[in-house]
Design a protein around this ligand. Structure first.
Ligand code: HEC
Ligand code: HEC
Length: 483
């Protein structure tokens, strides 16, 4: 099996390397043909003969494994500390509360990998013969390692001992091939249905979280923390709250108009595809590269066992919690560190995840998109920042809130007080609501303030006085859906 996967990956790498690979193959094979007069299978031999390509294949394979399955030891937090596993199994299995049935799990956006299910179970699911109302079924799915981004650790009597999470929890979804929420993995596709806050709020013991937030708000209670978590909603997570303790944006402002008050500080989960070639990452950018953010998340958000260094987190006015807790100076013994050695492969894998391609006539109107392209690079001036075909600026891709004419709440929670020009590749997925609940489709900008792409273009039109006609706005939207 592993050998088979390796071969597939090697082929994938050849496809990615493309023309350059073909060129190399021709040169190598010509040399060999002359020497030995033997025809060789260029496609299969090339990566094995080329150390760089075989290294690439190896890194991608390792990174995929990490992205999908590695908890980095974070079960010490999700299970042993906040005891989320007890809420999942429920009192019936020695835990607490009613337990999480598959129906509940699917309702909070957890996804199931159909490839991890035995055929017999797939057939039963197809014929509605599985009890999706019973937490025991959830435990069975966890035992099969079929719940995307969640790993259960079991006692010998079948009850849960602990549980951990993976990158795939937030940055993968499924194609619903069997039924809603059950299908093939789509790595890198943000899970727009995942209600991380509601899931964490199920944990029976949030005292460690309460204590962190007490650093900035001594009066805060566990009930307050649960209501903050429940305010996030589907497809969002607040990666900064445990650094700065800021739960709500007092005023959401677009183009000088207040468009919301006390809205959640959680941001939309971004995709983890189409990241290659992009300089700064995350919504606010100035944190750093993909590799920086991977180390940050694995240590500070997932609570894996690793090492992490960023003295910017010592700034107590900006990151009061992180400064007190020393989050910028996390050191594990090299023998215990489960994150650092995984970073190269993880980085590589993410860069290899391509954005999905939209289809003319299905996802967008090709003629309108041609007109939209003209506008994007011309009258609408989008290309000034979303530079084709990277869809962000090559180089420094950050902008101040003033430049963007939006409030600074989220920007101010990051080192440089900026917003990053988001990559637009594959944006049709969100507009069309592919593989997500219809309630969660659309939603653009970091806080999802714009419901549709037309709302986005409308807003640019007034913010930047573009003078686009109604038809031109639609053309730009069609073009966006072609990216
Ligand atoms: C609990 C949900 C969650 C988990 C688990 C998670 N992330 Fe994220 N990820 C987010 C959110 C939310 C952001 C946006 C943060 C921001 O802008 O402040 C993000 C941002 C990113 C980005 C930047 C994307 C871009 O467009 O620049 C990358 C890369 C990334 N995560 C990779 C990972 C990796 C690798 C892991 C596992 C080590 C991981 N994430 C685990 C929620 C999650
Ligand atoms: C001055 C630079 C700049 C210009 C010009 C610009 N954008 Fe953006 N764009 C950004 C930034 C920065 C963001 C991220 C905003 C945020 O974090 O909320 C963004 C976000 C977006 C998003 C949402 C991405 C997502 O994942 O939610 C869309 C869609 C978009 N821009 C389309 C356009 C279009 C269409 C135009 C032209 C009409 C345009 N942009 C012009 C900088 C720019």
């Amino acid at each position: 099996m592993i050998k088979y996967i390796k071969i597939i990956i090697i082929f994938a790498v050849i496809l990615v390397i493309g023309d350059y690979g073909t060129l190399m193959a021709e040169n190598t094979s010509k040399a060999q043909d002359v020497q030995h007069g033997v025809p060789i299978d260029k496609a299969t031999l090339l990566p094995l003969a080329d150390k760089t390509l075989s290294n690439a294949a190896h890194m991608i394979e390792e990174g995929r494994q990490t992205f999908r399955f590695d908890t980095f030891g974070d079960e010490a937090f999700w299970g042993d500390t906040i005891k989320l596993h007890q809420a999942i199994e429920g009192t019936g299995f020695g835990g607490v509360g009613p337990g999480v049935s598959p129906n509940t799990a699917l309702a909070v956006g957890l996804k199931v990998d159909v490839n991890a299910l035995p055929q017999e179970l797939v057939q039963k699911l197809k014929h509605g013969k599985v009890d999706l109302g019973d937490p025991a079924t959830t435990l069975a799915l966890l035992k099969l390692n079929a719940v995307i981004g969640v790993t259960g650790f079991f006692n010998s009597d079948g009850t849960l001992k602990s549980m951990g999470i993976q990158c795939a929890l937030c940055h993968s979804t499924v194609d619903n091939s069997l039924t809603f929420g059950i299908g093939h993995r789509l790595d890198g596709w943000a899970n727009r249905d995942l209600n991380v806050g509601a899931i964490v709020a199920l944990a029976p013991d949030l005292s460690v979280v309460v204590n962190l937030l007490k650093i900035v708000n001594p009066a805060i209670t566990e009930t307050d923390v649960r209501s903050v978590l429940n305010s996030w909603g589907p497809g969002k997570f607040d990666a900064e709250i445990f650094l700065d303790g800021k739960a709500f944006n007092p005023q959401q402002v677009t183009n000088g108009v207040v468009t919301g008050t006390n809205i959640t500080g959680a941001t939309l989960l971004p995709n983890a595809y189409g990241l290659a070639g992009v300089n700064q990452h995350t919504w606010t950018g100035a944190w750093g590269s993909v590799s920086y953010w991977n180390a940050f998340v694995a240590n500070l958000e997932m609570h894996g066992v690793g090492s992490f260094f960023d003295p910017r987190l010592d700034d107590a006015s900006k990151f009061p919690i992180a400064a007190v807790m020393g989050f910028g100076h996390i050191q594990s013994d090299p023998a215990a560190d489960r994150i650092t050695k995984k970073l190269p492969g993880l980085h590589f894998y993410q860069l290899a995840l391509a954005a999905p391609k939209s289809k003319p006539g299905v996802d967008f109107d090709a003629n309108a998109a041609v007109r939209g392209h003209e506008l994007f690079t011309g009258k609408a001036n989008c290309n000034e920042c979303h530079v084709e075909p990277l869809w962000t600026e090559p180089g420094w891709n950050l902008h101040t809130p003033d430049e963007m004419k939006i409030d600074s709440f989220q920007a101010d929670r990051a080192p440089d007080n900026t917003y990053r020009t988001m990559n637009l590749a594959g944006i049709f997925v969100r507009e069309r609501g592919l593989f997500m609940s219809p309630d969660n489709k659309g939603r653009f900008y970091h806080d999802g303030r714009f419901k549709t792409l037309l709302d986005v273009v409308d807003s640019y039109n007034s913010r930047f006085n573009l003078g686009l006609t109604d038809q031109e706005k639609i053309d730009v939207v069609e073009y966006l859906q072609s990216l």
